[in-house]
Ligand binder design. Structure first.
Ligand SMILES: Cc1cc2nc3c(=O)[nH]c(=O)nc-3n(C[C@H](O)[C@H](O)[C@H](O)COP(=O)(O)O)c2cc1C
Length: 194
């Protein structure tokens, strides 16, 4: 059994991004994996201050806020799912803070994200979601993580909370992403159980 952690970058706890993440989690939970949903969007947070304090105190950020609660969950997960709504063709500032701060903490904590599975999803009213996915995927790549695909870009055309459920292809894309995560976990099983 592997651990799948989903991080919601939207301030809407039950918005489109949240439902997209939950759709992926449902597939992995049905396959017997442990899942956790973490609400990051809408919480007060500052970006990385570039103090390099995480180099001296591995595993922690000098700004003692919820990032220090989230980082160990990311370190202990086998799969990190990240979701964001599209804001001016980019991710939300809360999720960017998670990437910059947890990414740096992990770097000085023995590059702890190496070879985890990473997957991104983005909700979008009309345009810009591929750039959101790129932003998150760059973080996965530089962290040495492995990325599964789906049958389309990992996005849903949705504006108001609840629209995702009406986007048939978006729902299918999340289900297929979940299936590919389960498949990849099986292939990597020995290593992730170790
Ligand atoms: C500040 C802001 C900027 C947005 N920028 C875009 C955009 O660039 N392109 C777009 O298609 N939708 C944009 N949207 C719409 C959201 O991406 C869309 O409503 C999404 O489904 C919200 O997801 P959520 O329910 O998870 O919060 C923007 C919304 C907000 C509040």
């Amino acid at each position: 059994m592997s651990k799948i952690l989903a991080i919601n970058g939207s301030p809407h706890k039950n918005g489109n991004t949240a439902h997209m993440l939950r759709a992926v989690l449902e597939v992995t939970a049905d396959a017997g994996h442990e899942t956790e949903f973490y609400q990051a969007g809408g919480r007060p947070v500052r970006g990385c201050t570039s103090c390099w304090g995480c180099e001296d105190r591995p595993g922690r950020c000098t700004q003692d806020d919820w990032i220090n609660e989230l980082y160990p969950k990311m370190r202990d997960a086998d799969v990190i799912l990240m979701g964001s709504p599209t804001y001016f063709a980019d991710l939300t500032p809360e999720l960017k803070a998670v990437i910059d701060r947890c990414g740096f903490i992990a770097l000085f904590d023995g590059r702890s994200f190496t070879r985890k599975i990473g997957a991104s999803v983005a909700a979008v009213r009309r345009a810009g979601s591929v750039h959101v996915l790129d932003s998150i995927n760059h973080f996965f790549f530089i962290s040495g993580m492995v990325q599964p695909g789906s049958t389309y870009w990992h996005m849903s055309l949705a504006r108001d909370p609840g629209d995702f459920a009406r986007d048939e292809e978006g729902v299918e894309t999340m289900v297929h992403l979940g299936e590919n995560i389960v498949w990849l976990l099986e292939k990597l099983g020995a290593q992730h159980d170790a």
